[in-house]
Structures are given as C-alpha cells and as structure tokens.
Design a protein around this ligand. Structure first.
Ligand SMILES: *Cc1c(COP(=O)(O)O)cnc(C)c1O
Length: 485
C-alpha cells in the first residue's frame, strides 16, 4: 500500500542524481583537507532524481495548513488574511538591499519609514513615543517591564517587586514579569469576565509595581471598569501595562493611552499585516507615555527638520534590546498596511472583526456552553463542557474533527479559567459564507458528539497522521532521518 508521505530517503536508489555541476575551472587547492577532518565514508545522502526532490518538497508544502488556504480562527493570535501588496512593497530593492551598517545619509528613506511608523503607532495607541526594536510580543513585554522597573527606580521606588496579572492572561505575561524579577500576583476575574475590582483592591500595597492587562481581555470582553482600575493602580503608585498583541477590536475606536495605560506593546505580526506562526519574524513595538520616554531603548530615530538620524544620546535609556533596527521587513508591511487602510479602513477593521465574532457567537450559542454571555469584541470563548459531560467527547476531540471539515482548529484550553475552552477569532477578513460554513461544521460536530461520539474521538480521519503525542512531539522532536542500521 502507498504510504501517505514518502520520504526522500525512502525513494533513494544508488546512482541517481538531481544535479549537474560544471567542471572545475580553478586550480585544485594545494593543501588537502587534514586527514583527521576528512570524511572516511561518503555522506549518507538520498540519491534521487530532480523531479523526486521537487515532488517531495511540494508534497510537504501541501500538508501545511495556512491562512492562504482556509479559515484560521485562532483566538488570541489574530490570523487574518494579509494583503499581498504589503509583501510586495516590503521586497522593493531599495528596502531589501540596504545593509544595517550603511551610513545614515544613505538610508534616509528607511529611517523616515521608522520615524513615521512610530508616529502612526503612537496615534493609534494614544502614546507619546515608541521603540520598534523588540522582535516579538513577548520581547516587547520584557522591554516594557524593564522600562517600568527603571522608571520606578528613578522615582526612588525600586523596592516595588510585584506585578498583578489577571487569571485570564496570556501565558507570556507572567513569564515576562518573572524574567524581569517581579513576583507575579494573580487577580481573579468576576462573573462577567472582568477583573474583579474588589479582589484587586485587596491586592494593592506599596510593593505593587503595576498591572498587566489585555483589553479586550483574552475572553474577548472589554474591561468595563478600566477607568476605575487605572485609578486604583495609579493612586497606589503603580503603572499600567497594556498587552496589545491583538489590537483588531480597538483600531480607531479606543486607545490604551486614553484608558490610562503607561506602556503598550503591539504585535505587528498579528494586527498589522505580517503572517505569523513557525517562529517569526515578528515585531513587538513598545509605546509609552511622556513620563516614560527617557527610558525607551536607544537609539530612537529623530528628525532635525532636514535629515533623519539615530539618536544614541539617551542617558536614562534601558539600553538596546535588539541589534540594528529590529525586524525592519515587518515594519515596512505594517507601514504599507496602515497607509493603504487609512483611518477609516482601520476603523472598519475594528467594526467588521467585532461584528464577525458576535455573529459566530450567536450562531453557536445554542450548541455549546457560553460561559460569559455578553457582547464580545474581536473574539469569544465557548466551552465543550456540555459534550464532555454528556458523551465524554472533549474539546480536543471536537477541534480535531474540525480538521476533517477543512478548518484549522480555534485556540483551545485557553484562557485557563474556562474548562474545555474554545477560543474563536474570526477576524475581519472572512466572508459571511466562510463564517456560516464554519458555524455549520461545529454544529454538525456537536450533533456527531451526541450521536456518534466514537467518530469524533477518532478524528481526524483525513490527514496523513492522526493524533500525535503532542508532549513528546514538542519535547523530543525527530527532525532528521534515522538510518535503521
Ligand atoms: C501572541 C500574544 C503574545 C505574545 O506574542 P509573541 O509575538 O508570540 O511573543 C502576548 N500576548 C497576547 C495576548 C498574545 O496573543
């Protein structure tokens, strides 16, 4: 029987070749490779024809799911369609071929782009200035918390050693806080899915450095008492950190700066037209209030009315957090995206992404448990608890079945406060037909869970491999061919 994926080593036959090299046209080196470094036996490489190589890699590429293939409703990690024009722009030779060591005079265009993008992001977030150095969201969190720490030290408040984080938060938040040396204190969520303000008041003390919040939070819900929370933290001498990894719902509608936040990170690779997954590249700019500007990483790009330049003269800066300019290619795409959308277009992103999420939530609410029954923002969380209790079919089973229906699963088992959570983020780039097809698939799966639970538990059926041991796959990945001998 034909195996679903034939690996290139399995196709190997001695003597087959996929290359032809021209004859050597330079003299052979007089020095031979020293004996101890020389290979004793030929390298064990697959021997195949060129067409085998092409088919091997093309087949592998077709096993990947991607947002360019279908709907990718991954809550808390906005996976939206990113217009191809931004990719094209980011590869213009004038951008692509510059070298980070080129003198400022030769890269005025690149510096202007960084300068203008910083201004745009400050406008969008309601902040004073920003650094584009951090290479990802978590890197931005680390940078932002270092700024908070340094700012408090400058106030003579360096003893503050606690950061408050809600129990619904993204896992990178507590991880970043402890990397900076803070003790993480968890604040509970209330029954509406907001920060429990009474619990927060109890946690306040002279040791609190600040709070990290996501708004809308990871339940997709807007923090209804954000003004009050901001006052509580500021009155106690702390600072507010905003996790803006997924800004879709707020674009042109609500600004972290106006909510009272002091530091904001953005994920250009979620909201601003860079696809993500597979480890990068990303960009996690940090924007801050006027008070915190002195502590931003050096250098910042400045304009003297005549030319753009890198300003290293920043005595209170936390220092550099990334080599050269950061991930410049991602910045170009964000710049092109913001320019092509314009203020009205960005506002429409917010409106459509919120509308799509509420539409899907309403379509699914009768078939799954809905732990927080309110209007959502760009995403919502449903629970597979009903199916688990009834027939022992878990959320994991149901989202694996979704693969058979042609969809990428939503984020699952997160946030941690919702048992059997499914976190769905449709984004603004999907048509009504796609949203309907997704809703109908999940509804069909809910029915299957009742009538034929075994089918759901044994899914997916349509993929080359079915259920993997995900822990072993992550901890002990086998990334190279092992010879049997
Ligand atoms: C994705 C995400 C992060 C982390 O961003 P990375 O670029 O993956 O480091 C932080 N917070 C939230 C809410 C996120 O969705």
């Amino acid at each position: 029987m034909k195996k679903p994926v034939e690996l290139i080593f399995e196709l190997s036959k001695p003597g087959r070749k996929a290359y032809s090299l021209p004859a050597c046209d330079v003299p052979e080196a007089s020095e031979k490779i020293p004996e101890k470094f020389a290979r004793k036996a030929d390298a064990r490489l697959p021997e195949v024809f060129e067409v085998d190589v092409v088919r091997h890699f093309t087949r592998l590429s077709q096993l990947n799911y991607a947002v360019d293939i279908g709907f990718y409703p991954l809550g808390s990690c906005t996976m939206k369609y990113n217009p191809k024009v931004n990719e094209v722009v980011s590869r213009l030779p004038g951008f692509l071929r510059i070298h980070p060591y080129q003198p400022e005079e030769m890269v005025q265009g690149a510096l202007k782009l960084i300068y203008d993008l910083e201004k745009m992001l400050c406008e969008i977030t309601g902040m004073e200035r920003a650094t584009l150095q951090p290479a990802a969201g978590a890197h931005g969190e680390l940078t932002g918390l270092m700024i908070i720490k340094t700012a408090l030290e400058h106030r003579g408040e360096g003893h503050r050693n606690k950061i408050i984080i809600p129990d619904s938060a993204h896992g990178t938040n507590p991880a970043s806080a402890s990397m900076v040396g803070y003790e993480v204190v968890e604040v509970k969520s209330d029954e509406r899915g907001n920060v429990d303000v009474e619990d927060l008041k109890k946690l306040m003390s002279g040791e609190v450095a600040g709070i990290m919040l996501t708004n809308p939070n990871t339940l997709g819900l807007f923090e209804e008492r954000i003004d009050e929370i901001s006052k509580i933290i500021h009155d106690a001498g702390g600072l507010l950190y905003y996790d803006g990894a997924n800004l879709n719902a707020n674009l042109g509608k609500a600004r972290p700066g106006d909510m009272g936040f002091d530091v904001v990170h953005l994920n250009l690779h979620k909201t601003f037209s860079t696809p993500h997954g597979g480890g990068g590249p990303g960009s996690g700019p940090i924007a801050v209030t006027k008070e915190l500007v002195p502590f931003l990483p050096a250098p910042l790009v400045e304009y003297d009315g005549n030319r753009y330049y890198l300003n290293y003269d920043r005595p209170s800066s936390i220092g550099r957090v990334r080599s050269f300019y950061g991930n410049f290619n991602v910045m170009i795409k964000a710049y092109a995206y913001i320019l092509t959308m314009g203020p009205e277009g960005l506002r429409e992103v917010a409106e459509c992404s919120v509308l799509s999420a509420n539409y899907l939530m309403k379509r699914l609410r009768d078939y799954f448990d809905l732990p927080y029954d309110r209007w959502c923002k760009h995403e919502f969380v449903i629970s597979g608890n009903r199916q688990k209790k009834s027939k022992g079919v878990t959320t994991l089973d149901m989202v694996k079945r979704l693969i058979d229906y042609g969809f990428h699963p939503p984020a699952v088992y997160f946030p941690l406060i919702v048992p059997e959570a499914m976190m769905v983020e449709p984004t603004e780039t999907e048509s009504l037909e796609t949203l309907d097809a997704f809703a109908e698939s999940l509804i069909a799966i809910a029915k299957e869970a009742e009538e034929n639970p075994q089918l759901v538990k044994e899914s997916p059926k349509t993929t080359p491999v079915t259920r993997l041991d995900e822990v072993t796959a992550a901890k002990r990945p086998i990334v190279k061919w092992e010879f049997e001998s």
